[in-house]
Design a binder for this molecule. Structure first.
Ligand code: GLN
Ligand code: ZN
Length: 767
C-alpha cells in the first residue's frame, strides 16, 4: 500500500486565531495558560482535519508560536548569553524575547536576527551559535504534543529540522566553522530519537532543505557521518528535501536513512534518475501536491507520475505535499466573495490534504475508487485551460511581438543624462524620498470608508487631494528637490496595482504567515495581465499641478508584483512578468504624456526572487532585467527613470542592477553598515545612485553629523555628480514628527556637503 502523509500544516488558524492569541498575550491581555489553550485547540483542529482527510502519517512538531526554526533553537537550548536573565523567569518569555527583543516580563535586549527562509516569504529567527556552544535537549513539550496527538488516535510523525540545516541556517558571532559543532549536537538528536522510540514513534521526518542548494563540499560530505551517527534501531528517518532538486545522490543509496522525500513540484526533472537508482528497501516520498501555491492539483497528471513510481516502489511509495503546507493559506471554504469560477481552480492547505488522500487512494484501490474526484478534477482542468477569463490573445500577441528595440531607451545614458539635466535643472546631490509618507490612522480610515461606500467618490478625492497638498507643503518647506505625492491612496504597493489590472483575484482570508504573528494576503494572478485604464496618472498629475518642482510618478515593478502574488502555474513566470511589464509600460508612457518627467518603478523584490541555485540565476536575471526595461524604456531621453530596491544584500547582483539601465536607483544602505558601498569599490556603477542615508525601519532619527558622515563615506566611492540623497525606503510606517526631523537633517547635511564641494571647486580653480 502507498502511504499518504503531510509535511506540515499552517499554524495560524483558519481565521488567524493564533495571531490574535499571541498578540493578546504580548499586550498583556492574556496569560500563558490562555495561549496554551489556543495552541491545543488549533493543533487538535489541524490534526483532526488531516485525519478526516485520510492522511495516514500526520506531522507533529510543526506548530510554533513564532517560528519553527526558533523552536529548534529552544529544543536544543541554543539560547545566547544575553537572554540568560529572562531564561530564569520562563522559557516562553525567553522564546519571545529572542524573536522580538522584549518580553511581557519587562526584559529587553537585542532580538536575534530574522531572515527569509530560502526563497519563500516566510521569515525565520536565525539561530546564534557560539564557539563554545553547549547543546542540551529540552523535548518535554514536543513529547507532550506527540502524546496528545496519539490520544486522539493520530498516527504521529514528529517533524524536526535536521542538524545540518539547523547549523547551516544559523550564524556565529565568533569566527569558526559551524560544522565543528556537529559532534556536540548529534548526541542530543540521538537522545531525542530515544524519546521518540519510547513514545512508540516509528517514523521521524527530518527536514534537510539545504540539500537542494549549491552546497560546499564540506557540507555535502558531512552528510554521511552525520546520518551514520543518527541511525536509530527503532525510529526510521525520512530525510526530507524541498524547494529544489536533491543535490547529493549519494544520499539515496549510501546511508542509513530509511526514506527520502523529494519535491516533485519544484524539481520534476529529477524523478526518473532517482527512480532508476532507488533501492528497493527504502521509502521514497514524492511531493506531488504543491505546498507553495493555491492551485488545485491536476489529479490525472499527478496519478500518471505516481503510477510510474508505484511500479518501481510498490509499498515503499509515500504521497505528500512538495513541502510543508505552511506556505499556503488555510481553508478555501471561507472565501465567500471570490468569483465562483476562479474558486473552483483553487486549493488551500485543507483542500490539498484531500488531494493527497485521493491520489493515494487511487494508487491503492484503483482509479474507480475515486472516480468522482478524478472526473471533477479533469473537468476543472479542462475548463480552466479554456477559460476566457484567463486568455487574452491580444496580450499574448503583444508579448510575442516584443523586440529588442522595445527594451532600449532612445539613447545611451550619457546622452540621456544631458537631456535630463536640462529638463530638470537639479542641484548636485539632489534630495528625494522613496514614495510613501506616514500613513496615519485618518488616511486608513478614509480608504476604508470609501471601500465600504460610507463616503462617495467626491468626498474621498477631495480628502486625498488635501492629503497630497499637505505632503507637498511639507516637502517644499523641507526644500527637497524631487517631490512625491506620498501614496495616500495605496494600501499596499502590490494590491493597489493588482486591483486595477485584469488577471488578478483577491481573497478575503487567504492569509499566509510572513513572520511571527504577521501574515500577508497575496493577490492571485490567474489570467493574462492587462491594464484597462491608467492607474496612477490622475493622482500624479494633480500632485504635479500643485508644485513647480519635479513630481515623481510612483509605480511597482513587474518582478515585485509577480513575487508578492501567487503566480500562475500554467505559464512560465517570465511570461507573466512580461505581461505586467507591458501594462506598466503603458502607464509610464501615459504619465509622461501627462507631464511627469521623473518616474520611479520600485523593484524591492528583485533580489529575493533570484533562484536558489546558481544554474538557474542567469535565466532569471535575463527575464527580470528585460521586464524592467520593457516597462521603462518607452519614454523620451529627457524623462528620468528611477528604480528602488531594499530588504536584501545587493552586492552579488550589482551588475544585473546596472543592466536595468535606470537613470537613478535609490537603494537601501544605511542599515547594513554601508555594506553596499563595498560593491562600488569593485564595480563602477554607471548611472546615478542614491544609497539610503536614513534607516526608516527604526524610530531613531539620524543627526545631521551622522548623515554628513555617511555621505562623505559614499562620496569616497562614488563621484559627486552620480550621487542622490534619500532615505532607505518609503516612510509609511513612521510618524510625521520622526519624518520631518529626519528629512530636515538629511537636507541640512546635503547642503553642507554641497557647500564644501563648491568651496573645493573654487579652490581647485584658483590653485
Ligand atoms: N514606493 C514604496 C514606498 O515608498 C516603496 C516601498 C518598498 O520599497 N517596499 O512605500
Ligand atoms: Zn523600499
Amino acid at each position: 500500500m502507498a502511504i499518504s502523509h503531510n509535511l506540515g500544516f499552517p499554524r495560524i488558524g483558519k481565521q488567524r486565531e493564533l495571531k490574535k492569541a499571541v498578540e493578546n498575550y504580548w499586550k498583556g491581555n492574556s496569560s500563558e495558560a490562555d495561549l496554551l489553550v489556543c495552541q491545543h485547540r488549533l493543533q487538535q483542529e489541524h490534526w483532526q482535519w488531516q485525519q478526516q482527510a485520510g492522511i495516514e502519517y500526520i506531522p507533529v512538531g510543526d506548530f510554533a508560536f513564532y517560528d519553527h526554526v526558533l523552536n529548534t533553537s529552544l529544543l536544543f537550548n541554543v539560547i545566547p548569553q544575553r537572554f540568560q536573565e529572562v531564561l530564569k523567569t520562563s522559557r516562553l518569555e525567553t522564546y519571545f524575547c529572542m524573536a522580538r527583543g522584549i518580553t511581557n516580563a519587562g526584559y529587553s535586549t537585542e532580538a536575534c536576527e530574522m531572515t527569509k527562509f530560502f526563497n519563500t516569504n516566510y521569515h525565520y529567527i536565525v539561530p546564534e551559535f557560539s564557539h563554545d556552544q553547549v547543546f542540551s535537549l529540552h523535548a518535554d513539550e514536543l513529547i507532550q504534543q506527540i502524546k496528545q496527538a496519539q490520544a486522539l488516535g493520530i498516527k504521529a510523525k514528529p517533524v524536526i529540522l535536521g542538524p545540518l540545516s539547523f547549523l547551516y541556517l544559523g550564524k556565529t558571532k565568533d569566527d569558526f566553522n559551524k560544522l565543528e559543532l556537529l559532534d556536540k549536537l548529534l548526541p542530543e538528536y540521538s537522545k531525542l530519537f530515544d524519546l521518540f522510540a519510547q513514545a512508540g514513534i516509528d517514523w521521524v521526518q527530518i527536514d534537510e532543505p539545504i540539500f537542494t542548494l549549491d552546497l560546499a563540499d564540506t557540507w555535502l560530505n558531512a552528510f554521511k557521518s552525520t546520518y551514520n551517527h543518527l541511525h536509530h534501531e527503532k525510529v526510521k528517518l525520512l530525510f526530507t528535501t524541498y524547494f529544489g532538486p536533491l543535490n547529493n545522490h549519494a544520499i539515496i543509496s549510501d546511508t542509513k536513512i530509511a526514506g527520502l522525500h523529494i519535491d516533485h513540484c519544484q524539481a520534476p526533472e529529477q524523478l526518473d534518475e532517482i527512480l532508476a537508482i532507488f533501492p528497493t528497501n527504502k521509502v521514497l516520498s514524492i511531493g506531488i501536491v504543491n505546498g507553495r501555491n493555491i492551485w488545485r492539483n491536476d489529479l490525472k497528471a499527478s496519478l500518471a507520475i505516481l503510477a510510474k513510481a508505484h511500479n518501481k516502489l510498490a509499498d515503499n511509495l509515500w504521497v505528500g505535499p512538495s513541502c510543508s503546507l505552511l506556505f499556503s493559506p488555510v481553508d478555501l471554504s471561507y472565501e465567500k466573495k471570490l468569483d465562483s469560477e476562479i474558486k473552483t481552480w483553487l486549493a488551500f492547505a485543507k483542500q490539498k490534504l484531500n488531494e493527497i488522500s485521493v491520489l493515494t487512494q487511487a494508487i491503492n484501490d484503483g482509479e474507480s475508487s475515486v472516480a468522482h474526484e478524478l472526473k471533477q478534477s479533469a473537468a476543472i482542468v479542462q475548463q480552466r485551460t479554456q477559460s476566457s477569463r484567463i486568455h487574452n490573445p491580444e496580450v499574448k500577441q503583444r508579448v510575442v511581438a516584443l523586440t529588442k528595440t522595445d527594451e532600449q531607451r532612445q539613447h545611451p545614458y550619457a546622452v540621456r543624462q544631458h537631456a535630463q539635466a536640462q529638463e530638470l535643472g537639479l542641484p548636485v546631490l539632489p534630495t528625494t524620498t522613496i514614495g510613501s509618507f506616514p500613513q496615519t490612522q485618518a488616511i486608513r480610515q478614509l480608504r476604508r470608508d470609501f471601500k465600504q461606500q460610507k463616503i462617495d467618490a467626491n468626498t474621498y478625492q477631495t480628502q486625498l487631494k488635501a492629503e497630497i497638498n499637505n505632503n507637498i507643503a511639507i516637502q517644499t518647506e523641507l526644500d527637497l528637490d524631487v517631490l512625491v505625492h506620498g501614496e495616500p491612496e495605496r494600501n499596499d504597493m502590490v494590491e493597489y496595482f493588482g486591483e486595477l489590472l485584469n488577471g488578478f483575484a483577491f481573497t478575503e482570508n487567504g492569509w499566509v504567515q510572513s513572520y511571527g504573528s504577521r501574515c500577508v494576503k497575496p493577490p492571485i494572478i490567474y489570467g493574462d495581465v492587462s491594464r484597462p485604464k491608467p492607474m496612477t496618472v490622475a493622482w500624479t498629475q494633480y500632485a504635479q499641478s500643485q508644485t513647480d518642482k519635479p513630481m515623481k510618478g510612483m509605480l511597482t515593478g513587474p518582478v515585485t508584483i509577480l513575487s508578492w502574488s501567487f503566480p500562475r502555474d500554467d505559464q512560465a513566470e517570465s511570461q507573466t512578468s512580461l505581461q505586467i511589464a507591458l501594462a506598466l509600460r503603458d502607464e509610464v508612457i501615459d504619465l509622461e504624456k501627462a507631464g511627469i518627467n521623473v518616474i520611479q518603478i520600485d523593484e524591492p523584490a528583485f533580489r529575493e526572487h533570484l533562484p536558489l541555485r546558481q544554474a538557474d540565476q542567469a535565466a532569471y536575471i535575463d527575464w527580470a532585467v528585460r521586464s524592467f526595461k520593457i516597462a521603462s524604456a518607452g519614454v523620451k531621453d529627457s524623462t528620468q527613470i528611477h528604480t528602488h530596491m531594499c530588504y536584501s544584500e545587493f552586492n552579488d547582483i550589482i551588475e544585473a542592477i546596472a543592466a536595468l539601465d535606470a537613470d537613478v536607483i535609490t537603494i537601501e544602505n544605511s542599515r547594513s553598515d554601508a555594506e553596499l558601498l563595498k560593491a562600488f569599490e569593485r564595480f563602477d556603477y554607471p548611472n546615478q545612485i542614491g544609497p539610503g542615508v536614513y534607516d526608516i525601519h527604526s524610530p531613531r532619527i539620524p543627526s545631521v553629523a551622522e548623515i554628513e558622515k555617511l555621505l562623505t563615506q559614499i562620496l569616497k566611492v562614488l563621484p559627486l555628480k552620480q550621487v542622490w540623497v534619500n532615505p532607505d525606503c518609503g516612510l509609511k510606517t513612521r510618524n510625521w514628527d520622526e519624518v520631518k526631523t529626519a528629512l530636515a537633517n538629511m537636507v541640512s547635511a546635503t547642503k553642507k556637503l554641497r557647500q564644501k564641494h563648491a568651496v573645493a571647486v573654487v579652490e581647485h580653480a584658483g590653485s
